[in-house]
Design a protein around this ligand. Structure first.
Ligand SMILES: C[C@](O)(CO)[C@H](O)COP(=O)(O)OP(=O)(O)OC[C@H]1O[C@@H](n2ccc(N)nc2=O)[C@H](O)[C@@H]1O
Ligand SMILES: Nc1ncnc2c1ncn2[C@@H]1O[C@H](COP(=O)(O)OP(=O)(O)OP(=O)(O)O)[C@@H](O)[C@H]1O
Length: 252
């Protein structure tokens, strides 16, 4: 049996720097939350077709891990492997939480299959596959603890800084990423200029959070709040908002 941890992430800051068709161009620092993770396991069991076990709120076809399998099934070694192994995911990362749960599972699966089936795909090749499935997946492919992410999410540059201890609180509020971006675009749109974005990318996470309010750190927070006013009661000093939410986090 093979097991690999599939970590959650938070966005230390998330600034919009432009648009590309229906998507938004980001300047964001992604950081892994090392004590919050799902576990992806390959367990030996003969099956007729790809089998994925776990506590998900979506159908198999909509699962990011299944979509990753469909991208790799052109390799015979992968088809044969998943006739002898099933995939089991022990879910601990809450969904619709801004923590990248589904994206992390997808990237972890791609990295595991690449290794166990000796596909010899590079991280860049795996990232391109992941980017077709979801914007947050490339970050998790590279397995950096901290990274500067741009483009739609497909440009991932490692950022070297002291490992961060992060506390996460996830209200029981489901945040819809697409709707939050749409509301941002229609009612709260603003762009950070490229020079400022470069400055942020050169600054360590703790120093950035010392000088930002929750709204300044995450451009999506206002639209998330307008759609989910109950988020307001979770606003606290030194707590910030991750991705499209609903999670708040604090750097200890
Ligand atoms: C909010 C973040 O989680 C921050 O890390 C990401 O930007 C979103 O990543 P994600 O949840 O993997 O997003 P996807 O599932 O790829 O896209 C969901 C929807 O979010 C919007 N979306 C996503 C990423 C992006 N850079 N611009 C967008 O406008 C699009 O409407 C898209 O249809
Ligand atoms: N492996 C998976 N684990 C959890 N959710 C998944 C998975 N695959 C697909 N989903 C679906 O993706 C949607 C969002 O799930 P989740 O929020 O965990 O993913 P994400 O988009 O990577 O994270 P974020 O909350 O940061 O946007 C939900 O509809 C969920 O059912």
């Amino acid at each position: 049996m093979m097991v690999k941890k599939s970590f959650a992430k938070v966005n230390i800051f998330l600034k919009i720097v432009g648009v590309r068709d229906n998507y938004h161009l980001l300047a964001s620092r992604f950081v892994l939350v090392k004590d919050l993770y799902d576990e992806v396991s390959f367990i030996e069991k003969s099956v007729d077709s790809f089998t994925l076990i776990g506590d998900f709120s979506c159908s198999l076809e909509k699962n990011t891990v299944y979509k990753a399998y469909k991208e790799l099934e052109k390799y015979e070694i992968v088809r044969e492997f998943f006739k002898k192994y099933i995939v089991k995911i022990d879910k601990k990362i809450p969904e619709f939480a801004g923590l990248g749960g589904g994206s992390s599972n997808c990237a972890t699966f791609l990295n595991m299959v690449n290794d166990i089936c000796n596909l010899n795909l590079t991280k860049d090749e795996l990232s391109k596959i992941g980017a077709k499935i979801g914007a947050d997946i490339p970050f998790f492919i590279y397995e950096y603890d901290s990274a500067n992410v741009s483009g739609i999410g497909e440009i991932v540059e490692e950022f070297i800084e002291e490992p961060l201890k992060i506390e996460v609180v996830t209200p029981n509020i489901l945040c819809n990423t697409a709707l939050i971006y749409k509301t941002f675009r229609e009612n709260y749109y603003k762009e950070l200029d490229k020079e400022k974005a470069k400055e942020l990318f050169a600054t360590n996470s703790k120093d950035i959070l010392k000088s930002f309010s929750i709204k300044e750190a995450n451009d999506l927070y206002e639209s998330a709040l307008s759609l989910n006013p109950d988020l307001k009661e979770f606003e606290k000093e030194k707590w910030f908002f991750s991705g499209s939410g609903s999670s708040f986090f604090k750097v200890l």
